[in-house]
Design a protein around this ligand. Structure first.
Ligand code: TPP
Length: 657
């Protein structure tokens, strides 16, 4: 991507969180359009969260005009919608590097900027962190404001309600901005979302100084209440809050001790300025209910909110290039482009086929029907499909109840988000040995979304749990056949993990019942050289095995490679045969700490096998964001580098038997 230039902009070239305070509303309108165009171009080059960022633009501008991000603590829940904030807080220029290796993160990140007050990527954490900041301010006798921006879907998270509950106990000055665009990734679900709809449909606040009588005529309330409002003193001060007080429509936030203000048009900067100006004067918790439109200003994004939540590079072409001269430099790699289907698609199709044959199969998603490939299932079997919202903990325990009646729940959750339900996996599922199939999409590194989203811990956190079985298919046939075999006779908690990746494009036949516990030999050198290496590969790491074997053989090293689809249990027959090799190499798309290789080492130790093990996987650090191929390269996970390491080991380090 070429140099970014703001030369041809009218206001963006001057804009930051300080200068935008001096802009008038007409100038702000032009500025917002310029930011929209800039975000669109950067996402065209780098991919990213599109709809949410266009939707929150004016809201962010107004927050920055009314609060000072240097002193005030501004916390974005989930933080995929913090692009505008980044652009206006010292990252205008560097924003062009969004989601690239070493570039700007797609989420808030404390390490990236002094303006980012809390990092996130998983939904529902904002309010708790903000409350922590607010209580610390009180203890330290400081006077900064605390602002938490939370989406209508993140609001439904259990942890958000834990924070609201706690805020009721420790009420303190804090502004919660509820950014309500009616959408999670898919349309928001659940009773809270229906409740928000009711609030949304009550009169929108227009202006503080708007005449009370004008407003009262719009209110569907009886004359006694109208009289009460009319009698209220200092209307301008309290006008917002009385307008929709609990006595009128029963705002639940007020029952929790949080002053409700709204609903308010989240695209009207002037009105928002008035609202935020007013909230600053209140010495208590306040929730500003802002109504926004996801994808605002882009036709396609407005009309296809779900599809346009997050988009891949090259997907939304800007009408013209204002900031970058061309689309030159856009590179697509193996991990982002293929004619083949994704693992997600293979799963989505297979589970529909299987559910047609077995009516006991039910499917559960936690707010990710499209991401997990369950849209087709939801349409084919609406009564057997559950979107429980962003509620992974609940999804897991809910599945327990379903399973205990004899149903076969398939819980499809990204590897990273299942971390949230770790306790449920142990305490509710495994301890009671409840047969549930968990399908973990996005296992392994995911690329541009970075460390909040890499699914690199699941092999470690799952394999330590008693009673469970864990499988890692390395291609589409394996995925289909594991699914089929497990669901034929689901007896225990079972996990299948697969990556955000394309499959190989194999011809799919009938499902086959297979021995899913047996590791398959996928390569064996015909000639027996002096030096012998065994490779144990899990999941997608198989993609490097052939090339590694070729390099080793050219260097006169014999190699036998196994594809280890069952990570728990391990295949003890294969492991016992490792005494025949000089070096054992493990390949896993997981952190090395506690993962597959650790399990193999434990097996060797416990069974008296002393073999040197070269472990390939992710180190004991958080792998940053960036295109998948760059990350693998950066960490030395590719055929040449792995083969190099192996050769160094066998020629210089290990004793040849
Ligand atoms: C724990 C967790 N589960 C799932 C997700 C995936 N996810 C990312 S954004 C999102 C929707 C967020 O919707 P909302 O909070 O309303 O914000 P919006 O995008 O509408 O601005 C979901 C489900 C996540 N980030 N965290």
């Amino acid at each position: 991507m070429g140099e970014v230039s703001f030369e041809n902009t009218r206001y963006l070239k001057y804009a930051d969180y300080q200068t935008i305070r001096d802009f008038n509303y007409q100038q702000l309108q032009v500025l917002c359009q310029e930011i929209r165009d800039y975000i669109t171009e950067v996402i065209y080059h780098n991919g990213g969260h599109f709809g949410s960022n266009l939707g929150i633009l004016e809201l962010t501008v107004s927050i920055l005009r009314n609060f000072n991000p240097l002193y005030d603590k501004i916390v974005f829940d989930t933080s995929h919608q913090s692009y505008v904030y980044k652009i206006l807080t010292d990252r205008k220029e560097s924003f062009k590097t969004l989601r690239t290796l070493g570039g700007i993160s797609g989420f808030s990140k404390i390490k990236e900027s002094k303006f980012d007050h809390f990092g996130a990527g998983h939904a529902g954490t904002g309010l708790s962190a903000a409350l922590g900041y607010a209580k610390a301010r009180d203890i330290n006798k400081e006077d900064y404001n605390v602002v938490c921006i939370v989406g209508d879907a993140a609001l439904t998270c259990g942890v958000t309600f834990e924070a609201i509950n706690n805020l009721g106990q420790y009420p303190t000055k804090m502004v919660i901005v509820l950014n309500d665009n009616e959408y999670s990734i898919a349309r928001n679900v659940g009773a809270i979302s229906m409740y928000l709809k009711k609030l949304r449909n009550s009169p929108i606040i227009l202006k503080v100084e708007e005449r009370i009588d004008d407003i009262l005529t719009k209110l569907p309330v009886n004359s006694v209440i109208k009289e009460w409002i009319r009698d209220t003193k200092s209307w301008v001060e309290e006008g917002f809050t009385k307008l929709v007080s609990p006595s009128i429509i029963g705002v639940i936030f007020e029952e929790f001790g949080i002053q409700y203000i709204g609903p308010v048009d989240g695209h009207n900067v002037k009105l928002l300025d008035e609202v935020f100006g007013f909230t600053k004067s209140l010495n208590k918790p306040v929730i500003v209910h802002a109504i926004t439109q996801k994808g605002k200003g882009n036709n396609e994004a407005e009309n296809h909110s779900e599809r346009m939540h997050g988009v891949a590079k090259g997907k939304i072409k800007p009408s013209s290039f204002i900031y970058f001269s061309t689309d030159e430099g856009m590179k697509v790699d193996d991990f982002t482009k293929s004619v083949n289907k994704t693992y997600t698609e293979i799963f989505g199709e297979a589970i529909v086929e299987l559910a047609k044959r077995d009516e006991k199969i039910v499917a559960i998603t936690a707010a990710m029907p499209s991401g997990t490939g369950l849209v087709s299932f939801s349409k084919s079997f609406p009564d057997r499909f559950f979107d429980v919202g962003i509620a992974e903990e609940h999804a897991v325990i809910f599945a327990c109840g379903l399973a205990l009646t004899g149903l076969k729940p398939v819980v499809a959750i990204y590897s990273t988000f299942l971390q949230r339900a770790f306790d449920m996996l142990i305490h509710d599922v495994a301890l009671q040995n409840i047969p549930i199939l968990f399908v973990l999409d996005r296992a392994g590194i995911v690329g541009e979304d970075g460390p909040t989203h890499h699914g690199v811990f699941d092999l470690s956190y799952l394999r330590i749990i008693p009673n469970v079985e864990v499988f890692a298919p390395s291609d589409e046939l394996e995925l289909r056949n594991i699914l089929y075999t497990v669901l034929l006779d689901l007896k225990k908690p079972t996990f299948i993990r697969y990556p955000r990746d394309f499959v190989e494009g194999m011809r799919l036949g009938e499902f086959e019942k297979t021995n899913i516990y047996q590791w398959r030999m996928i390569h064996q050198t015909q000639h027996m050289f002096d030096r012998k290496v065994a490779i144990l590969s899990t999941g997608r790491m198989k993609r490097w095995v052939n090339d590694i074997c070729g390099i080793l053989e050219r260097a006169k090293v014999s190699v036998t490679a196994y594809n280890c689809i069952s990570v728990k249990p391990l295949d003890s027959n294969v492991l016992n045969s490792m005494v025949n090799y000089d070096l054992v190499v493990t390949l896993e798309d997981n952190v090395l700490a506690g993962g597959f290789s650790s399990y193999v080492l434990e097996f060797f130790n416990d069974n008296g096998i002393s073999r040197r093990v070269l472990r390939v996987g992710w180190p004991d650090e958080f792998v940053d964001h960036g295109p998948m191929n760059s990350l693998f390269k950066h960490y030395g996970i590719d055929s040449n580098e792995i083969a190099d390491k192996i050769l160094k080991e066998v020629f210089y380090k290990v004793e040849v038997f």
